[in-house]
Ligand binder design. Sequence first.
Ligand code: RUQ
Ligand code: CUA
Ligand code: CA
Length: 658
Amino acid sequence: MSDKTNEQNPELKAGQFRALTEEEIASLPGSPGNLGRRGFMKMGALAGLAGVGGTLLAGCGRASTGEQPVSSKAPAPAATGMPEDHVAPGKLDEYYGFWSGGQSGEMRILGLPSMRELMRIPVFNTDFAIGWGITNESKRVLGENFPRGGDLHHPHMSQTNGHYDGRYLFMNDKTGCRIARIRCDVMRTDKITSIPNVADVHGLRVQREPRTGYVFANSEFRVPSPNDGRDLDDPKKYQCVFTAVNGDTMEVAWQVIVDGNLDNTDCDYDGKYVASTCYNSEGAVDLAGMMQGERDWAVVFNIKRIEAAVKAGKFKTIGTSKVPVVDGRHGSELTMYIPVPKNPHGLNSSPDGKYFAAAGKLSPTVTLMAWSKVDDYFAGKLKDPRDAVVAEPQLGLGPLHTAYDGRGNAYTTLFIDSQIVKWNIQDAIDAYAGKKVNYLRQKLDVAYQPGHNHTSLGETRDADGKWLVSLNKFSKDRFLAVGPLHPDNDQLIDISGDQMVLVADAPVFSEPHDSVIIPSRLMAGKIKRIWDRKDPFFAETVAQATKHGIVLEKDSKVIREGKKVFVYMTSSAPTFGLNSFTVKKGDEVTVVDTNIDDIEDLTHGFCLSNYGINMEISPQETSSVTFIADKPGVYWYYCTFFCHALHLEMRGRMLVEA
Ligand code: RUQ
Ligand code: CUA
Ligand code: CA
C-alpha cells in the first residue's frame, strides 16, 4: 500500500481519523465553551402543569382519528441568531444518533443536533446502492434464503461498566425473528442470528455490567411450542420465551419460558437482572381480551440463577432447536412477576442504577420499581412483589417510554396526549410515600403522538442531560405534502435547562422506533476511513483468490473451472483492471473487484447492466458477486460512485457467447 496522504486533510496519512479539535468542539452548540449563546437562547417556553385527570380513554381513539392538539405551548426559540441545532457548513455534529429504520429494515446514522442524515446501513433489507443482499460478502452475513426485509425497532450500543464502548450496535428484526450486529469500526452489519422458538423479536437491550455480554431479546407474540402445526387454535397452550444471546459469538445462550407475553426490556446496572413488560397477561388473541385485566406485569429475570439452572442441566429443548430453555413461569425461583397497570409498554432503567420504570400505556401512570427491592425479593426478604414499586406517578394519557437526564428527572412520552411530560423521580417517590409534593415539572406538546423518546447518553451512567428526541409517529401538517404517506416527525428538544425547549422538527421515513445518542468524541479514532486489507468482512473472498494464485491488489485475470468462471479485477480511478472479459451462456460467473485506491472517500462501484447487479467497493475493499450469465450479448459494466473526472468512462464489457 502506498503512503499517499489523505487529500482532504493533508497532514494525515490516508485512513487516519481526524478527531475534532478542542476549538471545534467548543464551537459546537451545547459545548461548555458556547454556553453564552445557549443561555441566551433559552426562552420562556413554560408549559402549564394543568391537572392530569384520572380519565382514561378506552384505547387510542384520538390518535387514530388524527385529531391534533390546538397549539404548541412551547414555541421554538425565537429567530435571534442561529438556532441551537444549527451546525455551520464544514462543522461537525457533536453527537451521533443511531436510528432505527423500522420496516425499511435498515439502520440510519444521524448527526445531532443538526438531525442531518449521514448514512444508511442496510441490515435486514436489500440495498442496491451498496449491493447489500447482492454481494457474496453480504449474503454470508444474511445467510442462505434470507427474508428480503425486516422490521428493525431497537438499536443499542454495546457497553462496558455502564458506558458506551463503541464496539458494536445490536438491533432486532421483529418480523424475521432475528437480531443483528453492526461493527462500529466500519459501520457494517457483520452478524445476523435467528432466534428459535419465537414468533417475533421485539424488545432488545444489551447487558451493561460488566460488559455486553448478553444481548436480551423479547418475543411478543404467543405461539404453540414447538410451532409446528400442533395446538393451532388452542391459545391456552401458546407461549412466549425470553432470549439471551452472547454478544461476542452471536449464539443464542439460553431462553426462559414466561407467562403472558413480553414487550419491551431493559436490564440493571449491576449485571444481575433484566426485566420485561407484559401487556398480554391475559393470554388473549384479540384486542378486547388483551385489555381485560386492570393490571398486567413486569417480569424480572435473575441472570445468575438462570445460568446456574442451565449449568445444572435443569432445562429442556424445544423442537429441533438445541438452545437450553428454562421454565420461568409463576412459581419459578428464576423470575419475579411485579403487577403493573395496564398493558404496560416501555421499560427503562434510570442511569443512577437504582430504578426501572414501566410505562402504563392504558393507565395514565408510570410504575417505578427499585432494583434493591428485587434483591430483597430474591433473598426472600420481600414477600409481595408489588412492594418493589416505589412510585406510580400520574402523568397523562398513553405513557409509552421514559428517558432520563442524569439530574434526577424522567421524561415520558404520552402518545394519546401528544406530549412529553418531565417529572422528578425523588418527588414521585415521596408522593407515593404520602408526602404532598408535585413531581410534575413540565408538559411539552410534541407533533404528534410520540412513541419512543431518547436522551443523550440516557441509557448509560453518563447521561448528560443535554438533548432529548421525541420520535413522533404522526407529522400531519408539519411538512410539505408528499402524498398520502407522511413522514414521521422526530423532534429535537433541549433539556439542558429547567424547561424543555423544542428546537427542531426532522422528517424521517417510516418508521424509526428508537434511537441512541452518542457523543462523537466517544467514537473518535474508532471509525475507519478506509478498509484494512485484512478485514474479516471479505477474508473468505481473499482466501478463495489466494487458492487461485491471485494477488487481489495487483492481478486482473479470468480463471475458469469448468462452468465456473472467476473474474478478478482491480479498480483504480478511472479504470477497471479488465477492459472486457468473455464467458459462455450458462456459466456461473463470480466477479471479484478490489479497489486499490487508498484515498479517503474514493469509492468505486461495479454495476452490470441488465443483470440487476451493483456493488460498492470502497477504498481498499474487495467485493464480489456471483450470478449466472444467462443472456448472450454484450453487457457493459460501469462504475456507480463518482470517482474521477473520467468516471463515466470507467466501464468495460462482459461478452457472453451464445
Ligand atoms: S416499541 S414505539 Cu418497538 Cu415502543 Cu416501537
Ligand atoms: Cu470509479 Cu466512478
Ligand atoms: Ca393486558
